[in-house]
Design a protein around this ligand. Structure first.
Ligand code: ARG
Length: 459
């Protein structure tokens, strides 16, 4: 089949060239955007007197028919269609005849694929933000539920200080909040319409790019035609945002894996989010958490792929740019699914406070609190730190906790130290007292939850 661009050619493409050249296999995903873009374009062409109103109406009706036929499966694209833009245009011409040949006036596939890409990505961003907001709402609910529940805080995977579980949830809340904000920021920047940039240099025809931008829901047309057809920053920003957010998901997924281990037993992941073993009958594996941890690799790969494609490409359009789609689609699909899976898994996970409490006796979680009590009593913090360090040594020798050190043992370490001077070092007192802004005290976590709720309600 001769291509729509075949005028100057004497030979058809080799079959393997057709296959290699075609993007229809993946860009058909954007057929709705392509049709919406064409309808806006031809509406503008009619308003500007470039085509007649009757011609525009015929084209719009034809495009809607094509949309229905694609949706119903009546139209099946093949590599002969090359890409979604040529595919729809040739089906339109077959549907409505020669008038269909007027659609491609004052545009090029170079701007067309960009308007499709931006509209597609805008739609997906709205969905991803929606999903991230759902995740945030699950996190807030859990944070409220566990605002007073105490758990172990780690640094270097070593027991560090007691914290509340609500505090942990709110830490992740902040990460996903930044992810949402970053994404909304990228959305604003990509919300400019490249349609009408044409091949690279604009057109001699009296188009109105502001009108197509308006019809398609963009803030304004892009400023420079050459940049418009060769810019993939918007996809790269999205892929960067996706990589960061997937990294956040994978960090929490990793925590789920070890929280769920026999050694920790902090949580019980719901059966519906686990799988069994084909040989070991007792196994209940946290596969979803592991998969989430692993999926981030694909998304990093997607980002690296497009960065590498774009590197060193001269202005303006180059065919290399067709390689901007599959990785983008992969990142969209992976990120969307990952958020959903994680949010549901979190929602259904049981936190086993009875198991968590068993860990409080290990690792001198209240050591910093004693040092801070000493500091309040006028002992310089560096000295207080050293005194508590010696207390830890004494406890380790006796295999006991701070509370078990005798008055004599304390005095032997430092004459300023008495049992009384240790203050209230129960785990609960330690947590309750950490009221500094952003700290772990339940009162402070509840403040963070309120701020988070107000922000979420405002999106
Ligand atoms: N399928 C192409 C892409 O995705 C559309 C633009 C092709 N333009 C061209 N002049 N070959 O990049």
């Amino acid at each position: 089949m001769a291509s729509l661009w075949g005028g100057r050619f004497e030979k058809d493409m080799d079959d393997i060239v057709k296959e290699f050249n075609a993007s229809i296999g993946f860009d058909k995903r954007m057929y709705n955007e392509d049709i919406d873009g064409s309808i806006a374009h031809v509406t503008m062409l009619a308003e500007q007197g470039i085509v007649t109103l009757a011609e525009a109406e015929q084209i719009v009706t034809g495009l809607e028919k094509i949309r229905e036929k694609i949706k119903s499966g009546e139209i099946v694209f093949t590599v002969d269609d090359e890409d979604i833009h040529m595919g729809i245009e040739s089906k339109l011409i077959a549907e409505i005849g020669d008038v269909g040949k007027k659609l491609h006036t004052a545009r090029s596939r170079n701007d067309q694929c960009q308007v499709d890409g931006r509209m597609y990505l805008k739609k997906e961003i709205r969905e991803i933000v929606h999903r991230l907001c759902y995740l945030e709402s699950v996190i807030l609910e859990k944070a409220e539920k566990y605002a007073d529940s105490i758990t172990v805080g780690f640094t270097h995977m070593q027991h560090a200080q007691p914290i509340t579980l609500g505090f942990v949830f709110m830490a992740y809340f902040q990460m996903f909040r930044r992810d949402i904000e970053r994404l909304m920021d990228a959305y604003e920047r990509m919300n400019l319409c490249p349609l009408g940039a044409c091949a690279l240099a604009g057109t001699t025809l009296p188009t109105n790019r502001a009108r197509t931008a308006e019809l398609l829901g963009f803030d304004a047309p892009t400023e420079n035609a050459m940049d418009s057809v060769s810019d993939r920053d918007y996809s790269l920003e999205f892929l960067s945002d996706a990589s960061i957010s997937m990294m956040h998901l994978s960090r929490w997924a990793e925590e789920f894996v070890w929280w769920n281990s026999q050694e920790f037993s902090y949580i019980a992941i719901d059966d519906s989010y686990c799988t069994g073993s084909s040989i070991m009958p007792q196994k209940k594996n946290p596969d979803m958490a592991e998969l989430l941890r692993g999926k981030v690799g694909r998304v990093y790969g997607d980002l690296m792929q497009l960065l590498t494609v774009m590197k060193g490409t001269p202005l303006a359009y180059n065919k290399d740019f067709q390689e901007d789609k599959e990785s983008l689609f992969d990142a969209v699909d992976t990120w969307k699914a990952s958020i959903q899976i994680f949010a549901n898994m979190l929602d259904k996970t049981e936190f086993r406070m009875d198991q968590i409490e068993k860990q409080f006796a290990k690792g001198f979680l209240n050591a910093t609190d004693i040092a801070e009590h000493f500091a309040k009593q006028g002992i310089p913090f560096r000295e207080a730190h050293s005194i508590v360090g010696q207390m830890v040594k004494a406890c380790e020798q006796k295999d006991c906790e701070f509370e078990d050190l005798t008055e004599e043992e304390l005095q032997a370490i430092d004459s300023r130290v008495t049992r009384e001077s240790l203050g209230d070092i129960s785990i609960k007192a330690c947590v309750d007292a950490r009221v500094s802004f952003g700290g772990t005290a339940p009162s402070e976590v509840r403040r963070q939850i309120k701020v988070g709720e107000a922000w979420l309600a405002d999106i």
